[in-house]
Write a protein that binds this ligand. Structure first.
Ligand code: TRP
Length: 361
């Protein structure tokens, strides 16, 4: 156990280091990279997604890095019995992306992975390159099984990380902006790419690049209960689609502590520090400076300042969101265009894969 922890920590630190190098190079050579990211369509995006990943995606796309954003609809089936909202959630995700400033077009495409058969077909050869032992060791999968309280685990749960490798490799994605929990999946993807190239490309150019994780610089955002990561399932989130009144109400209920004077002390006062950091993400001031200004005025003032800052930050996004909601045909068109472009890429890669495996007729 201790060894495992040590290993994952080592992987984490190595990824932080590599992320810095990629960040520097991407500014100079954006075209050398292809970014691939994705979300499961399980509900609307919240401000944790906004500050942690959406802003980063918008920034990378604006630098001119080709960007693929996939909606992982098949992954929903691994730990959810309910499938009745997948289509609706998929469209809501697209609305959140566009409202946040993602501009689909030549360089940026959005699509659900269930619509790309040639990508999904990579699953079969990839499954032969991974051992059962490696799959059952995956710490993120173990965590998901535990937190969903699954007693009867389906094979999709164990194998979805291989499918995630298909998501990344079909388009030869080489940069994957993710949170720490996704690092085991990127490691597996690299192992699959290496194994494929070693086995099938002895006398030819390797088919797949070795993708790198790009870790976000934004520290993880706590939910309004102050104790855990912000997430929809924990009921501690503010959504991009929340109204200004809802936002203010949720913040008013947020947990703080019994000390009156506001100070920035992430170690001893995590709840207050989290609210200060959220203000800081909106206004770009240092959290300690904000704390000093609020000081004696206490947590009521802190919450008022946060509600105003957040509502102001999100106002243009929410206006755009409301416009997009009125135009479902456009949302559908964005997805269909994304599917068409992603399929063209997938068809080409599958052809190379067939050729490497000596299966062309
Ligand atoms: N597993 C990711 C999540 O739960 C979603 C995802 C699917 C993904 N395929 C991906 C992320 C490929 C990055 C790259 O959020």
């Amino acid at each position: 156990m201790a060894d495992e922890e040590f290993d994952s920590n080592k992987t984490f630190l190595a990824s932080v280091e590599r992320s810095k190098q990629i960040e520097a190079d991407i500014q100079v050579n954006p075209q050398k990279y292809r970014v691939l990211t994705g979300d499961r369509p399980t509900g609307n995006l919240h401000i944790g997604h906004y500050f942690g990943s959406l802003q980063n995606r918008v920034r990378l796309a604006k630098l001119g890095v080709p960007t693929m954003i996939l909606i992982a609809d098949y992954q929903v089936l691994t730990d959810h019995d309910a499938f009745d909202k997948i289509s609706q959630n998929t469209k809501q995700l697209v609305i959140d992306y566009l409202a946040a400033g993602i501009e689909p077009g030549e360089n940026v495409i959005i699509y659900p992975h269930s619509y790309i058969p040639e990508c999904n077909q990579l699953m079969l050869p990839f499954m032969t390159l991974v051992s059962n032992a490696e799959l059952s060791r995956n710490p993120t999968v173990k965590e998901e099984i535990a937190s969903a309280g699954l007693t009867n685990v389906n094979a999709g749960m164990y194998t979805y990380p291989i499918h995630q490798a298909c998501d990344i490799l079909f388009c030869k994605g080489n940069v994957v902006p993710v949170g720490k929990d996704q690092l085991p999946h990127i490691e597996l993807t690299r192992n699959i790419a290496k194994a494929f190239n070693r086995k099938f490309c002895k006398n030819r150019e390797p088919v797949f690049p070795l993708p790198q994780a790009l870790l976000s610089k934004t520290p993880s955002i706590l939910g309004l209960d102050g104790s855990q990561k912000m997430s929809k399932s924990r009921g501690n989130a503010i959504f991009l689609c929340s109204t200004e009144d809802e936002t203010a109400y949720l913040i008013k209920k947020a947990k703080t502590d019994s000390e009156r004077v506001i100070t920035y002390d992430p170690e001893n006062r995590p709840e207050v520090a989290n609210l200060l950091m959220l203000i800081s993400l909106c206004t770009k001031e240092e959290p300690a400076d904000i704390a000093e200004r609020i000081g004696e005025k206490g947590s009521g003032e802190l919450k008022k300042v946060l509600a105003e800052a957040l509502n102001e930050e999100l106002r243009p996004l929410r206006q755009k969101r409301a416009e997009l909601e009125k135009n479902p045909d456009y949302i559908r068109q964005v997805l269909l265009e994304g599917v068409e472009k992603a399929r063209a890429i997938a068809i080409k890669t599958l052809d190379e894969v067939r050729e490497a495996m000596n299966m062309k007729i």
